[in-house]
Design a protein around this ligand. Sequence first.
Ligand code: NAD
Length: 361
Amino acid sequence: MTRQYRITLLPGDGIGPEILTVTVDILKLIGTQLDIDFQFQEALIGGSAIDETGEPLPDQTLKMCRNSDAVLLAAIGGYKWDNLPREKRPETGLLAIRAGLNLFANLRPATILPQLIDASSLKPDIVRGVDIMVVRELTGGIYFGEPKGIFETETGEKRGVNTMAYTESEIDRIAKVAFETAQKRTGKLCSVDKANVLDVSQLWRDRVTLMAEQYPDVELSHLYVDNAAMQLVREPLQFDTIVTGNLFGDILSDAAAMLTGSIGMLPSASLGLEKPGLFEPVHGSAPDIAGQDKANPLAQVLSAAMMLRYGLNEAKAATKLEKAVLEALAQGYRTGDIMSQGMKSVGCKAMGEVLLRILES
Ligand code: NAD
């Protein structure tokens, strides 16, 4: 039976429209091959939304996103809007859409593709086979806890304050996403905290441990964040799924991503309790190469694969897409950012055509 999904597309700025066009063509083909009817609707966000409506996230965009099964975002931002007041900047649109859709879980994979192993800053022997998923809590913790601010003490000295706080329900909902993610992968979950020092981390550890009883098929371990940072660069192969709070996740997901060495390859997913999730590349709008057909569309294509797997439960379609990306790399096709000697140099559009050809064969 045909499955129908309404997908809101947010091309945004810079290279956004180029990489999203390539991705949509690929999704359309996969749809016809696997009996999936994607209904695409496009909306404004970021700088292009500011130009047309004066707002980085127009109400109409948020409404359309809420009314869809998944949101596929490209990238926002550019020099043109860099000097606007903060509330009118493209980046504000990005934060607003995450908040507006209540997306509390951020999933960032760090997978070493064998074809790109030399792009890593670590030795091939250490990173070969690495396939990590970092599940980061996105709407709580020290970035949002109260009190926060810079206050004056009785002696007139200034004191900066942020508060790291998590409620049981905030921990439970991110832990649930993490256990379910681990189930879809190899069944190994490592929870990262600082329970030896922080009370908030002790509560985190207690709740995650309690939830493990509901997931007997998942093997849970715990690490302190300092040790986790060390282990990530010492022996990254020991990790499968990692779950952690907002601050630790911010840092560890960047470190894990850099094991792979190439920003044009990294997808991400942000999920809430209900649909829609938001799926987007980790990179920005790359204004330096926008409009020149130089962008690597693979992070966007892999974000679409995450949309299929984690947003729509279409694992078969996701795997098909991921395999096509691997095959394009195996056949030697490279955009400028991942180019190396002896490989075939292609632009954004041509990389899309290679993927279409592989999917059709
Ligand atoms: P960036 O990720 O846009 O670019 C960094 C470097 O990586 C550039 O040299 C760029 O050419 C290259 N690059 C990035 N993506 C690429 C791709 N797909 N293919 C080939 N090369 C690629 O980061 P930046 O330069 O710091 O920021 C540019 C703009 O993007 C800023 O306005 C920033 O605020 C915004 N930004 C948006 C997001 C987002 O939309 N999620 C994320 C980060 C930055």
